[in-house]
Design a binder for this molecule. Sequence first.
Ligand code: G1P
Length: 293
Amino acid sequence: MKIRKAVIPAAGLGTRVLPATKAIPKEMLPLADKPTIQYVIEEAVASGIEHVIIVTSRTKRAIEDHFDESPELRAALEKKGDRAKLDMLERIESMAQISFTRQPRARGLGHAILMAKDLVGNEPFGVLLGDDLVMNPDGTPCLRQLMEAHERYGGCVLAAMEVPSEQTRLYGVFDLWPEGDVDEYTHRVRDLVEKPQPEVAPSHLAVIGRYVLTPDIFAALEQTEPGAGGEIQLTDGIRALRGKEPIFAYEFAGTRYDTGDPVGYLTTSLAFALQRPDLAPGVIAYLKTLRLD
Ligand code: G1P
């Protein structure tokens, strides 16, 4: 079945980047000059998603405003005759159909996804986590790669990336079936462990924040008890589908950036500015003035 919808959980408190996120949603923090969540929605749209469902919470209203029409701004730009910025507004306001639903309390990623149950309905869908940005400028967007794997093999498809041993405790980690490769990039998953310490991690292959899930995940999440960190984990919901449908790890092409902590956020912002022809020369000129040792 064609994948038309994608869920973006954006209900988290963003405590790792306080105080920036005290009153501003972390999804609205800019990378170069664009809010993080806009990159994520652009990836979804470039992947063929028509309907984006954003799960928010209190203090997140700025996200809704960003994708809504802005008559005052439009009038001001029209008065100035700034066609380029007017086109930019137009693009943002008509990117996709966007629906919002709320997670009343922070009960975990799995619980946030469950909030989208009625809006998704009975069809497979994508999930994009806003802390993970995946750039593949000349190639296929990450979510699209997973969607194509789903079209070929069905089931749930999770983005996968090798991480150093000491980082397994930050991720969901795959346990793959021996001889379970279905093609060069796609591997059958035997089990998943959320945030294992290195000594008990089943591998170094981590779940990155892009998923294609079947609607069966909702019934599974309804039965999922709180897990790691006392939260209802998406990883545990997906584990519950083992034996009922195939689950695949997909080693995507592209560069992944983690914006979830201050250093990751700053370096991603720098990397994105350096990819922009209008911003790169000024940033490079500044970097050249730094004595870094
Ligand atoms: C979440 C998931 C985890 C996944 C990670 C990817 O964790 O629970 O399985 O590996 O995203 O970034 P979080 O980073 O929200 O703690």
